[in-house]
Design a protein around this ligand. Structure first.
Ligand SMILES: *[C@@H]1O[C@H](CO)[C@@H](O)[C@H](O)[C@H]1NC(C)=O
Ligand SMILES: *[C@@H]1O[C@H](CO)[C@@H](O)[C@H](O)[C@H]1NC(C)=O
Ligand SMILES: *[C@@H]1O[C@H](CO)[C@@H](O)[C@H](O)[C@H]1NC(C)=O
Length: 413
């Protein structure tokens, strides 16, 4: 092939520009004056990008790269040249609006340990992004409202970073968002109630400083996973939670400041496998309706102020592997529950069951029971809203997932 004059010119300009980019600090001042200013917008074309869309995001990525203050694994050493699809952490695909185009469709920075003061003007400027995963980096700053412009964003995982500010409410306007994981950050302020009317499959908010009085629309959620542990949530668990009966699988409310009595409607959550409300300020008895949670494997209500009897129907649940009720004020357990204590499934230490070992001091129990306590709708506590199987036995077991959200590493659905 004979190179045309045009080719040669273009080639030498490309070379000059590449050289200039690499050595901008040394040669920049010398070369810049001899390059006509009109050429700078042509940089992407000259670098031979696979697609115009990649040319457009090239300067965005390079600008972000320049803000990175720590890259102990040398990730950004691969972020050079026009071949963005080969950069570590970047993945290309055909965008839905033009299947013959190629674009940056997903970013997976999980575990890269990058530090940058902000993600602003980076992710919000990658218009075709469908996935952004950045678990375990040191990204700080706040989340810009501009993120709402990402019309294909489906999974957003910013977990285990140093992000701050208020809940990124702009995500509520993202039509395609399904997976939201912002746990282990420094977010503060309230969580908007609208989160429960957004069609999400998973909401991981644990280990922040979020405030929320659990709203009545909690049961509108389409999510299977709600992990709200280790925040400052208050209020009682709304009875409307029962509306999420077909979708909710795992609920983590531990280590908050929830008050009130457990609603009988928790028993409607027929697919529930994990419910953990340990270490809150809950009171009242355990509703018998919990005996309807046929798939439940883990129930934790430790370190609350629950009292009364441990319902035998709960102890006869066929899939139950761990029922933790320690540090409450329960005072009675029947024979089925005693079996579970023996087999190590039920933990009732530090309660008020005096024929069992390791209970509270008698005077603590006397003091507790001297105060009159009632729950609204207390008549419902012995209602069992389901048919109990004659001989309960488990179905197909699924791997429980939410407890891994209490560690910093990434969670795979
Ligand atoms: C689709 O993308 C290809 C490759 O970038 C481009 O050549 C074409 O013009 C685009 N089509 C439309 C309708 O934008
Ligand atoms: C990330 O931040 C944490 C806490 O500020 C610090 O201990 C750690 O060294 C940082 N890691 C990197 C790679 O900068
Ligand atoms: C049961 O669950 C409690 C609360 O989550 C936990 O502390 C305990 O280690 C678990 N017990 C077993 C045997 O897994």
């Amino acid at each position: 092939m004979v190179l045309s004059k045009e080719h040669l010119v273009s080639f030498s300009i490309t070379f000059l520009l590449c050289f200039n980019l690499v050595n901008s600090q040394i040669l920049g001042p010398i070369l810049s004056p001899i390059l006509p200013p009109i050429l700078s917008p042509l940089v992407p074309d000259l670098l031979n990008f696979l697609d115009q869309r990649l040319a457009i995001v090239f300067p965005i990525i390079q600008a972000f790269k320049n803000t990175i203050t720590s890259d102990p694994l040398g990730i950004t050493l691969t972020w050079v040249g026009p071949n963005i699809c080969n950069y570590k952490g970047f993945y290309c695909d055909n965008p839905p609006d033009n299947l013959s185009a190629t674009t940056v469709a997903s970013i997976d920075f999980n575990g890269f340990q990058l530090s940058a003061p902000s993600l602003d003007d980076f992710i919000d400027q990658l218009p075709d992004l469908a996935l952004f995963h950045a678990n375990s980096n040191n990204f700080s700053g706040t989340i810009s409202p501009k993120i709402a412009s990402l019309k294909y964003l489906y999974e957003l995982d910013l977990s285990n970073n140093l992000l701050s500010g208020t809940f990124p409410s702009s995500i509520l306007n993202m039509p395609t968002l399904s997976f939201l994981d912002i746990r282990y950050n420094l977010f503060t302020g309230t969580v908007p109630q609208q989160i429960f009317i957004k069609e999400l499959s998973a909401i991981f908010l644990n280990n922040n400083n979020f405030l929320l009085t659990l709203p009545n629309n909690i049961g509108e959620t389409t999510a299977s996973y709600l992990t709200f542990a280790n925040n400052k949530f208050t209020g009682s668990i709304p009875s409307t939670i029962g509306k999420a009966s077909s979708t909710l699988l795992e609920v983590l409310l531990l280590n908050n400041q929830l008050t009130g009595c457990l609603p009988y409607e928790i028993g409607f959550l027929k697919n529930l496998q994990l419910f953990d409300a340990g270490n809150n300020l809950l009171t009242g008895p355990l509703p018998f309706s919990l005996g309807c949670l046929k798939k439940v494997e883990q129930l934790n209500f430790a370190r609350n102020m629950l009292y009364g009897q441990v319902p035998e129907v709960v102890c006869s649940l066929g899939n139950l592997e761990n029922l933790t009720l320690s540090y409450n004020y329960f005072n009675r357990v029947g024979p089925l529950c005693r079996k579970l204590i023996k087999s190590g499934v039920l933990d009732v230490k530090k309660n008020c069951i005096f024929d069992l070992p390791d209970q509270r001091p008698m005077e603590d129990c006397v003091k507790f029971y001297a105060v009159p306590r009632t729950c609204l709708g207390s008549g419902s506590f012995t209602v069992i809203p389901c048919q109990l199987p004659m001989k309960p036995r488990g179905g197909n077991k699924r791997r429980l997932l939410s407890y891994s959200a209490l560690e910093r590493k990434r969670v795979d659905l």
